[in-house]
Each structure stands twice: as C-alpha cells, then as structure tokens.
Design a protein around this ligand. Structure first.
Ligand SMILES: [Mg+2]
Length: 214
C-alpha cells in the first residue's frame, strides 16, 4: 500500500467539537476550568480529559451516547471515503475521545474505515473510569502510538494526517503529509511543520489528487 490516512474525528470529520460538547454538557464546571488549560497546553490531555470524564456518573453514559446521534459530518466526508476506497487507500479514524461515541457518530461509516481507535470507558462503578491501550506520558490516546501500530500491521505507507486541534499536534508531527484546519495550523506554524490548510473534504481530495497522489 502506498498511502494511509489517519484522520481525527471531532471537529475534523464532524463539523463541531462533538467530544468537547459532551464533556461540557455532562461535566460543565470542571470542563470550564480544564479545557482552556488543555487548549493553551498548560495541562496535558491525559490529565485533563481523564479528570473530566471520571467526574461524570456512569448512569449518564447512555445519555452521552444518545447526545451524539445525528451529529452532522463535514462536507465531502462521504465522497472522501468513496474516493479512498476506489484507490485502495485505507482510512483510520483516531480520536482523542471515546471510541464508542466515535462509533455512534460515524454510524454506517464505522464499518467502512480500516480502523477506529480511541479510549474506552468502564461504566461498572458509580463514576466513569477511563481505559486506554494507547496512553503516553502526555496523552490518553497517543495518536503517534496508534500510527506506529497501524503502519506495522499494514506494512507501512506514506502516512497522511488530517486534524483540527491540539489533540492532533503530535499526530501531525509524526506524519509526512498533513492537512490542518481551525487551531492546528497555529500550533504547526509555531513548530515550523508544513501542512495543507483545508476547509472540507472536497479540498482534501483536490489537494491529494494534485499534490500528493499525482
Ligand atoms: Mg479534533
């Protein structure tokens, strides 16, 4: 395989920050304090996301899943999945959020992607407990660790990252080709890492055809 796409979910496949919305809905006070600290990178995602999720009572879990049903997807995503399928390019969704929420949001697309990686929630006690097979020193879901795992499993290929925010920063640094929108370009400019800006998945397809797959 020549290329493989690693794509963020919230704010990238979805038009809005669906995971942030869930955190703010079910843990408003703590989210109000910790989310700005994670965005300014003064608190690690590992620490902040865990603290917020584990402040939520497990009995709210079904409501959390229900709250993301019918989340609108960004323009061109359906066409993008077809586009990649026609070319035999796998797409892996990597979310810094909860895998089950991502699966709900993706609906029928969940079976069309090569892989879906995120964190798991244990709902067996009074409060949610975070479980992640991909934890690093700074992240609950280390996207570079997922990328390494998938590239090993598939025998490699040119890794293409698509993302929008702080949770995609390390993933972007780990990939030779990067598509960035919203906050991510700012972080990458600071780091001197080059990227393609994009608005929707029609832009991504156009740029891929012209500059990456050509
Ligand atoms: Mg995102």
């Amino acid at each position: 395989m020549t290329h493989i796409v690693f794509c963020d979910l919230d704010g990238t496949v979805t038009g809005e920050e669906s995971f942030v919305r869930v955190l703010k809905t079910f843990s408003p006070a703590l989210s109000g304090v910790l989310i700005p600290r994670m965005i300014s990178r003064t608190m690690s995602l590992r620490e902040g996301v865990r603290a917020i999720l584990e402040s939520i009572e497990s009995r709210h879990y079904p409501e959390m899943l229900a709250s993301v049903r019918n989340t609108p997807l960004r323009a061109g995503f359906r066409e993008f999945v077809d586009f990649l399928g026609e070319r035999g390019i796998p797409i892996v969704i990597v979310t810094a959020g909860v895998e089950a929420l991502a699966r709900t949001i993706l609906g029928g697309f969940a079976t069309r992607v090569y892989g879906l990686y995120g964190l798991d929630l244990d709902t067996g006690s009074a409060y949610l407990k975070v479980r992640s097979g991909w934890e690093s020193e700074t992240e609950l879901v280390s996207k570079p660790a997922v990328i390494r795992h998938v590239l090993e499993k598939t025998g490699g290929g040119v890794a293409i990252a698509i993302g929008d925010s702080v949770t995609d920063f390390e993933m972007a640094l780990a990939c030779p080709v990067v598509f960035a929108r919203d906050r991510l370009p700012g972080y990458l400019l600071e780091e001197g890492k080059s990227f393609f800006p994009f608005g929707d998945f029609f832009d991504v397809m156009r740029i891929l055809k012209k500059s990456v797959l050509a």
